[in-house]
Design a protein. Structure first.
Length: 147
């Protein structure tokens, strides 16, 4: 009996990984793309010695500019689906004497076309956001209209 109770309790902690919509009981959560969409071809255009204006033209406005460390800019991207973070990327540039000194970050999609392709692949199929009950009702209506 104790083993069954322990198994049930540990199962509750991982229920969100198996069925993330279980706790929300059918509440729809929108997909959120947030931050800077960067592609590797943009990063390849960076050169040591660029001014902050040139970097801003190449990569866009950084998501985070710390007021106390103006020599560092962070470009952050995050994709959240149904309340769960599915993708997180970070890219940081550092300046020295108002010139680009170095940069580092996560691997980015190769081109903007690849970025758009990956964004399309992440879009929800028509019935993925539906509850199990809605899917059953849709199947019934499809089968009755076929006859």
């Amino acid at each position: 009996m104790a083993i069954a109770a322990a198994t049930a309790v540990t199962g509750c902690a991982s229920i969100d990984k198996v069925t993330p919509s279980w706790r929300s009981l059918g509440v729809y959560k929108i997909d959120i793309n947030q931050g800077n969409y960067l592609a590797q071809d943009q990063i390849d255009r960076l050169k040591v010695g660029m001014t902050p204006q040139q970097v801003r033209l190449t990569l866009g406005t950084p998501l985070i500019e710390f007021p106390f460390t103006p020599k560092r800019w962070d470009y952050v991207y995050e994709y959240t689906r149904q309340g769960v973070v599915r993708e997180h990327r970070k890219f940081t540039v550092w300046f020295d004497d108002d010139k680009l000194a170095r940069w580092e970050g996560d691997r980015m999609p190769q081109t903007v076309v690849d970025l758009n392709r990956s964004a399309s692949a992440k879009a929800l199929p028509m019935d993925e956001g539906k509850s199990w009950w809605q899917k059953i009702l849709d199947r019934k209506s499809d089968s009755s209209s076929a006859h």
